[in-house]
Design a protein around this ligand. Structure first.
Ligand SMILES: Cc1ncc(COP(=O)(O)O)c(C=O)c1O
Length: 390
């Protein structure tokens, strides 16, 4: 079976992890900080905070943006549930802004409507879907007017860039950006996430929240009589001033991620080549077209998503998915719109309010795209589509 996505591990990655295992430090050692510095430098942000997953990154970012009871977090219906769940974890409500059918990203016009209906919005979470950057200047200007923070969900978009050439993660249009290093993403840490920001206070808060809410760096202590003896800080003393979490990542994971990051440019280049070939060779397949139309030259190409007009093709999606799998071609649907999930329906969300998300969902299919996809395997995928759709 050719999967729809897969990580690539080479001998350098294995050696990097083995080195850490021999180093005596499995967690909270130098690999975490060096990975943070490497990502911050790569994307062009002042700070980076590595955490245990992209989901943990979203949770902490929502808290740092001020989401809590009586406030709202707005995201897109077409994303993994984690982008929305961050608002619920933080104790807030979640609202959705429909997608733009050309990019499958949050539509600024729809965001304006959702903001008007939710004046208590504290955070907006646009998702760079499949790696294609959102219209950030438009989203940022709406957020500024509403007094809301922007948290970019860049889980698909490490290595992608905006039209001005800056990389996703630089936070030129947001307070924070999050990334995921789950194996199917641009680089793998096993599990892992990162938050980048240019804001010093947010950075400090994220460091605390990542580790139980315990004071970090030179944060001032509340209980000075406990913290100091004759003006000198007590060597054992630590202070927890708010409730945080254990969302730390290990050195083992960061050693792997550091080694993977060094290969990111070649990963991206191979993905671009595969995408170009699909674009060219699937162009003649009836009732099928790439889901995203504009801005793809700057995408991180996490997924290759096609839209298929199943009615005109005379085959249902389940039948096509099964036929593809029978011929060794893995495929998946990204994503079931979050407002359709029972938990969000129970909270009053209705897919009918997001017609672009609904019609995209009815037609979407992700097909194999990853660094190690060979030319001959890609040729097989293309042949199978031609056979099944004509
Ligand atoms: C858009 C998006 N955001 C967030 C996440 C969560 O990342 P993680 O799996 O590292 O928790 C994912 C994971 O698939 C995702 O696709």
């Amino acid at each position: 079976m050719i999967p729809y996505g897969k990580h690539h591990i080479d001998e350098d990655d294995i050696a990097a992890v083995v080195d850490i295992l021999r180093s005596g430090l499995l967690t909270q050692g130098p690999a975490v900080e060096s990975f943070e510095r490497a990502v911050a430098e790569y994307v062009g942000a002042k700070h980076a905070v590595a955490v245990s997953s992209g989901t943990a990154a979203l949770h902490l970012a929502a808290l740092a943006a001020g989401v809590g009871p009586g406030t709202t977090l707005i995201t897109t219906p077409i994303t993994f549930v984690a982008s929305a769940n961050a608002g619920l974890y933080a104790g807030g409500k979640v609202a959705f802004a429909d997608i733009d059918p050309d990019t499958i990203n949050m539509s600024p016009a729809a965001l304006a409507e959702t903001l008007a209906a939710n004046p208590d919005t504290k955070a907006i979470v646009p998702v760079h879907f499949a790696g294609l950057p959102c219209d950030m200047p438009a989203i940022k200007s709406l957020a500024d007017k509403a007094g809301a923070a922007v948290i970019e969900d860049g889980a698909h978009a490490l290595g992608a860039s905006y039209p001005d050439g800056q990389r996703v993660g630089c936070c030129a249009h947001s307070l924070m950006t999050i990334f995921s290093f789950h194996p199917v993403k641009a680089i793998a840490a096993g599990e892992g996430g990162m938050i980048t920001t240019n804001d010093d206070a947010v950075y400090r808060r994220l460091l605390r929240l990542r580790s139980h809410g315990i004071n970090k760096l030179d944060d001032p202590f509340v209980l000075e009589d406990q913290a100091y003896t004759e003006g000198v800080q007590n060597p054992w003393y630590y202070e927890m001033q708010e409730l945080g979490f254990h969302y730390r990542i290990t050195d083992i994971q960061c050693a792997l991620a550091n080694s993977q990051l060094r290969k990111l440019e070649s990963f991206l280049e191979r993905r671009r080549v595969i995408v170009k070939r699909y674009d060219a060779e699937l162009a003649g397949v009836r009732n099928l077209s790439p889901a995203q139309h504009s801005g793809r030259e700057r995408s991180g190409h996490h997924l290759y998503v096609v839209r298929i007009d199943f009615d005109s093709a005379g085959i249902s999606r389940p039948k096509l998915m099964t036929a593809l799998r029978e011929r060794g071609v893995g495929n998946q649907v990204h994503y079931i719109p979050v407002p359709m999930q029972p938990l969000y329906r129970a909270q009053g969300s209705e897919i009918a309010l997001y017609p672009n998300a609904r019609s995209y969902y009815e037609q979407a299919l992700s097909i194999p795209l990853y660094y190690d996809l060979s030319d001959s395997d890609q040729a097989h995928v293309i042949e199978v589509f031609k056979e099944l759709l004509g």
